[in-house]
Design a protein. Structure first.
Length: 213
């Protein structure tokens, strides 16, 4: 991994702390990382024992990011800095056109190099996470894939006859119903048992759902 830091003159201890923090957080993200910390415009008092953190734990680790810095032994003084993190590495794209509903195989994907920080939000970065999933829409060759364009292959399809299992203390019964929507394993879907009886059930297998488990 090749890492480049863009150093700033103002408040070197804080800048170095944020740079080091972002470097640790970006480990394993790509082959080359550029980190630019933007110092605050206002003149602030010295920050003793700076400790950096992400204000939002779910924030992306590249692109334009916000980093908090706690100052002092008790960490009660907090300031925020902006930084630009560029990550260069590989990511999967479609090698062929893929139809909606088609199962994705390894042969349908290829690797491309680029600036990962410029990719759309929710882009899937690991090809292994895509193999075996189903495309939710038609995809042209060369397309990056995001989490909303793929899904697990449903174990139950809308309109399909399913086995509805139920159990309680000392009993276990099964009857047939009609799935009113697609569902993957572990997902809750609606099932019609009769014209007037519709219930929520959890998908537990191929054409199998369960209630009361």
């Amino acid at each position: 991994m090749f890492v480049t830091f863009f150093a700033q003159a103002a408040q070197p201890a804080v800048i170095e702390t944020v740079q080091g923090f972002l470097y640790e957080q970006s480990q394993g993200l790509g082959d080359e990382i550029n980190i630019e910390v933007i110092p605050p415009r206002a003149t602030l008092p010295a920050c003793e024992s700076p400790a950096a953190f992400f204000p939002n734990a779910s924030s992306r680790r590249w692109g334009r990011v916000s980093v908090g810095v706690r100052c002092g032994a008790d960490g009660r003084q907090v300031r925020y800095l902006q930084a630009n993190v560029q990550v260069f590495g590989s990511y999967p794209v479609t090698a062929t056109d893929i139809d909606a509903g088609q199962r994705i195989t390894e042969a349908m994907l290829e690797s491309r190099q680029g600036d990962l920080s410029q990719l759309p939000p929710y882009t899937v970065m690991d090809a292994r996470e895509l193999i075996g999933l189903q495309a939710t829409r038609s995809l042209r060759a060369g397309t990056t894939l995001n989490e909303h364009q793929v899904r697990e292959i449903p174990s139950v399809l809308r309109g399909q006859r399913v086995s509805v299992e139920a159990k309680g203390r000392g009993f276990r019964v099964s009857r047939e119903g009609e799935a009113l929507e697609d569902g993957v394993h572990g997902e809750t879907i609606r099932v019609r048992l009769s014209r007037r009886e519709i219930l929520d059930a959890v998908v537990v297998g191929q054409q199998r759902v369960a209630v009361g488990f």
